[in-house]
Design a protein around this ligand. Structure first.
Ligand code: F6P
Length: 412
């Protein structure tokens, strides 16, 4: 897997009423595609408005009968689209255009523009007719928007509901003749796909159909110290050291403290002995994934870093220069790892019960980078100490990370 720099460029345009979760979905998508190595960026019309005209417009500003404001809003939407296209003409590969795009006419004009630029277009429509979901969206996101800074909660909610009503009056759902689109209804309870072909958009649709909106945390840890860790050797399938076996016990004790038996904790390991042995004292049923195995160091498996530097200085230097793209001879690169754990992450996104993943340093780096939406280049350099449990909690505004070191303390 090389970094996907070349190929068709895509404009993904969101469609939906305010407070349906478009920005959340756009953000997840940008995070996912960037993590896979596609240069991806979101272009949010609301943010453009706030930058150009300042925040805090009341609902009247969004009333289509307000001609002056409607002209201003159309101008801002066009500016954001211009910016997205400019970016795609340059270094960008996928632009996510985050706006309501709620009328057929507006979408038609986007389609014409995208065709003229020779990009590919995909609409993602987010539909919610469950009042509880809309209410939760309103409270979780809109109340915190700079548009309502300093406005009492009840007043902000009432104003935003009126803003939604203005859009509702003019809203037109996507129709079959509007090209490639996907409609997600009620947080993925129903997914409708229309004329979607090709690898990237196929991947987008698969990701979105599994995406859950939840604050369910994920627990991650490396295996306990292995005999190879003790000697500074990479790869292999070594057993745990005495200290590593002790960590397995601490981990089990910690998990029993945090989770009640009714929590139905799922435990996922790699297929390598050191993760399976680390999970054993938990006494829970575990699933083992080959996709969670450590980065394969190819001809360097079982060597120390010093041995690699001495016997293969060219390889050592190439990896030092570009750890993300460097592939061990007959082994893997970080980009390869990212692509093979993609399916584990999609499964994790879909899960509703708590999951503890016991895996390896490089794999954990890739997982943490995904959840925290970190720049891909940082992935191979993230600190991932042994004997530490990491709890990642997704929120509407990003992902909280807590790290709990557990005994015994070891290096590495
Ligand atoms: O040293 C432990 C280990 O998990 C090795 O098996 C693996 O090759 C390495 O860490 C990954 O870390 P880095 O990419 O920094 O070499």
């Amino acid at each position: 897997m090389d970094r996907p720099r070349r190929g068709r460029k895509h404009l993904i345009a969101m469609v939906g009423l305010p407070a349906r979760g478009k920005t959340f979905t756009a953000r997840k998508l940008v995070g996912y595609l960037s993590w896979l190595g596609y240069p991806t960026q979101a272009f949010n019309v609301g943010e453009h408005r706030r930058v150009t005209h300042g925040p805090g417009q009341s609902h009247q500003y969004f009333d289509p009968a307000n001609r002056e404001a409607a002209k201003q809003r159309a101008g801002i939407a066009e500016e954001a689209l211009d910016e997205a296209c400019r970016w795609l003409r340059g270094a960008g590969r996928i632009a996510v255009y985050d706006a309501t795009n709620s009328t057929r006419e507006r979408r038609q004009s986007i389609a014409e523009r995208v065709e003229a630029e020779d990009f590919e277009l995909l609409f993602i429509e987010i539909v919610n007719d469950d009042p509880a979901i809309i209410e939760a969206n309103l409270r979780e996101t809109k109340l915190r928007s700079p548009d309502y800074e300093g406005v009492p909660e009840a007043q902000a909610l009432a104003d935003f509901r009126k803003r939604i009503a203005h859009y509702e009056n003019a809203y037109q759902t996507l129709e079959e003749d509007e090209g490639a689109w996907v409609r997600l209804r009620n947080r993925g309870a129903q997914v409708v796909i229309n004329r979607v072909y090709g690898y990237i958009v196929g991947r987008v649709v698969f990701f979105l159909s599994n995406l859950q909106v939840s604050n369910r945390p994920v627990w991650l840890t490396r295996h306990g110290q292995s005999v190879y860790n003790l000697h500074g050797r990479i790869g292999g399938d070594a057993s745990l050291s005495a200290q590593g076996a002790e960590y397995a016990l601490s981990l089990a004790a910690h998990v029993r403290e945090v989770f009640s038996p009714e929590a139905h904790l799922d435990v996922w390991t790699s297929t390598l002995r050191r993760t399976v042995l680390t999970a054993e004292p938990l006494g829970l049923q575990t699933g083992s994934w080959r996709a969670l195995d450590e980065i394969h160091a190819g001809v360097c498996e079982g060597m120390t870093y010093e041995e690699v530097e001495r016997s293969m200085p060219g390889e050592f230097e190439a990896r030092r220069r570009d750890k993300l793209e460097y592939r061990y001879p007959r082994g893997e690169s970080y980009l390869d790892v990212i692509n093979r754990i993609d399916r584990v992450l999609i499964e994790l996104e879909r899960y509703r019960t708590p999951v503890l993943v016991v895996t390896h340093r490089a794999v954990l780096r890739a997982m943490v980078a995904y959840f925290k939406q970190l720049p891909i280049e940082e992935t191979p350099h993230l600190e991932m100490p042994l004997h530490t449990i990491i709890k990642l909690t997704p929120t509407a505004y990003g992902c909280l990370e807590e790290r709990v070191p557990l005994p015994p303390r070891v290096e590495g």
